[in-house]
Write a protein that binds this ligand. Structure first.
Ligand code: P6P
Length: 337
């Protein structure tokens, strides 16, 4: 396959489409550079741990920040200067981040989880950066408000993730299919490796933390039992695969087929709908999976139709192969119709 970079692919596939505007390309380039910087630090993390005390001082003589703080700062610093954003939302920051008036700004809004699954880094498990890109809705010159940001996932103009694993990959969609690019360290570029990814309509894998089974509601228990039985479409139990890192679990199911579930549970009264966040986790993954031919719901509603009420709103998530997610939707409909 001829070596095609992300920007070359965008320009080839978008032609006159608005996404090939210089501003979107600039946004993507800055995000890609951030990913390369994060990838460099993530790949060294284990070494720092092995070196013990030197884990406190990095090569530039700065105090080593926790990796997710580091990733967050890299993305914020690069993106606020890119001249294409009016605001950002990070999973790590309570409030939205407005672009300082001293920097050039634009109409895009970047919503991201800088390093999802970072609790797994010490076990050398793959982790990832998740992002969604919107356009601001108000066009008067006044400052950005929360209402500019609280847009349903269907309003995303692009979404994607970078997975820092055995190889580092960027998987994203700008509304014209899902495409995967693998970082070639020898040239320092993400090169097209998985054009037009489609998720199999029927999976053989289910991903859920069964340790919480006693906290699930009845339909959730019925759904998980279905995938573990011979009553399902395969006529035999699905394989359980659960890494505990959303980007890793999602990516595997995107390629092989399957369903990832983070249901509502009664463990934590403060998180009755589970721990995943609508804006910076569920909505970007939902855009990707739909563009790949899959489905994403909260049990009843399409994730991309949910109007957010607050920045860090949590949501149950059932996402993956269409036929598997349809079974979930039918089961909840029977219980709650
Ligand atoms: P649990 C990582 O902390 C994360 O946010 C997702 O990446 C992952 O899917 C989920 O939490 C795992 O949560 O409760 O099963 O450990």
């Amino acid at each position: 396959m001829r070596q095609v970079t992300v920007v070359e692919h965008l320009l080839l596939s978008q032609k006159e489409r608005p996404m090939a505007s210089g501003r979107f390309t600039r946004l993507l380039n800055e995000l890609i550079l951030s990913a390369k910087i994060i990838d460099r630090e993530v790949s060294k993390a284990g070494l720092l741990n092995v070196l013990g005390g030197t884990g406190e001082i990095n090569v530039q003589g700065e105090a080593v920040q926790k990796l997710d703080d580091f990733a967050n700062r890299v993305i914020i610093r690069r993106m606020e200067r890119a001249g294409v954003l009016c605001a950002m939302v990070s999973e790590e920051n309570a409030d939205f981040i407005e672009i300082p008036h001293t920097f050039p700004s634009g109409d895009y809004i970047l919503i991201f989880d800088p390093l999802d699954g970072s609790a797994n880094i010490d076990a050398n498990v793959s982790i990832g950066t998740i992002f969604g890109i919107y356009r601001r809705t108000s066009f008067d010159s006044s400052s950005v408000t929360v209402s500019d940001i609280l847009q349903k996932g269907a309003m995303q103009v692009a979404a994607g993730y970078i997975i820092y694993g055995s190889s580092t990959m960027l998987v994203y969609t700008a509304g014209d299919g899902v495409h995967g690019f693998t970082l070639d360290p020898s040239v320092g570029e993400f090169l097209l490796s998985h054009p037009d990814i489609k998720i199999p309509p029927q999976g053989k894998i289910y991903s859920v933390n069964e340790g919480y089974a006693m906290y699930w509601d009845e339909p959730t228990k019925k759904i998980v039992e279905y995938f573990k039985s011979s009553a399902n479409a395969l006529r035999r139990p699905y394989s359980l695969r659960y890494i505990g890192s959303l980007v890793s679990d999602f990516h595997r199911n995107l390629i092989y087929g399957g369903i990832f579930m983070y249901p509502a549970d009664s463990r934590d009264p403060h998180k009755p709908v589970g721990k995943l966040r609508l804006l910076c986790e569920a909505s970007p993954m939902a855009m990707i999976v739909e563009q790949a031919g899959g489905m994403a719901i909260d049990g009843r509603r399409r994730i991309l139709d949910i109007e957010p009420q607050e920045l860090h709103q949590r949501v149950p998530l059932f996402i993956g192969s269409k036929h598997d997610v349809e079974f979930v939707q039918q089961t909840f409909a029977q219980y709650y119709s």
